[in-house]
Design a protein around this ligand. Sequence first.
Ligand SMILES: NC(=O)c1ccc[n+]([C@@H]2O[C@H](COP(=O)([O-])OP(=O)(O)OC[C@H]3O[C@@H](n4cnc5c(N)ncnc54)[C@H](OP(=O)(O)O)[C@@H]3O)[C@@H](O)[C@H]2O)c1
Length: 252
Amino acid sequence: MTALPVSKTVWDALLRMRGGVAEDDFAGDPAWDLYAPLARRSGGSFVVAQVGQSLDGRVATVDGDAAPISGPDGFAHLHRLRALSDAVVVGAGCVVADDPRLTVREVAGPSPVRVIIDPSGRVPAGARSLSGEGITILVRAEECDAPAPCETICLPRGPGGRLCPQALIAALADRGLHHLLIEGGAATIRHFLESGQVDRLHVTIAPIIIGSGAPGLSLQPISHLSQALRPRCRTVDLGSDLLFDCAFDRGR
Ligand SMILES: NC(=O)c1ccc[n+]([C@@H]2O[C@H](COP(=O)([O-])OP(=O)(O)OC[C@H]3O[C@@H](n4cnc5c(N)ncnc54)[C@H](OP(=O)(O)O)[C@@H]3O)[C@@H](O)[C@H]2O)c1
């Protein structure tokens, strides 16, 4: 596979557009065509979910070993998605399992605000995403009275104990955070997908087979393929990984 060329000229223009500066137009450049829809600011919320998985759809082994599944180009793509987002959203499971920093390190660009959905306050205070530089927001259920080391958003629990993704998107928009990257894990992406709150789903596939372990995506069971989600989709050869860039019509 051939690595997607991302020139400094185009990447700098994408970062300017992410910052709200009048946009250049590099239409036809593969990197521009991929990233411009994510960098362009329209004033409304825009939600991108991403998962980096193996050929057999796994994101971790049965013992929780999750790094590195993506190859270097898939990893750089993830960091580009972070750099183009106002906030990166992860679930408590991902933070407890992987202790990610959620910063931009592989490419030039700003690190997003970190948003951790931790309804019951089980994320340890020493987690790197809580103690690193930059802003972190914890999303808690209203009844949770665990101490919080940073700003919190409190949401009521809905059916199944879920915190409503639409309510979270609105609460983040109130704070000026419109472009959101839902980075995982599977349960967090599931809640956004099942409530119809995803504009783009980026699935990067690395050519490894794990054979068992945590799935990248997992939704409610369906009986018929006619009930399957069928996003508009194109593939992009990132180099070490293949990207499926999937577009949904998000219910607004
Ligand atoms: N390859 C990748 O792209 C990638 C990215 C991220 C993570 N991962 C892997 O994914 C695994 C973790 O995924 P996971 O599915 O177990 O966990 P997760 O999605 O990170 O976290 C799930 C937990 O977050 C909370 N949560 C998230 N959304 C919620 C909502 N709408 N309402 C209520 N609670 C919500 C709940 O916490 P409570 O249980 O406390 O209620 C839920 O159990 C790890 O193995 C990690 O390595 C892979």
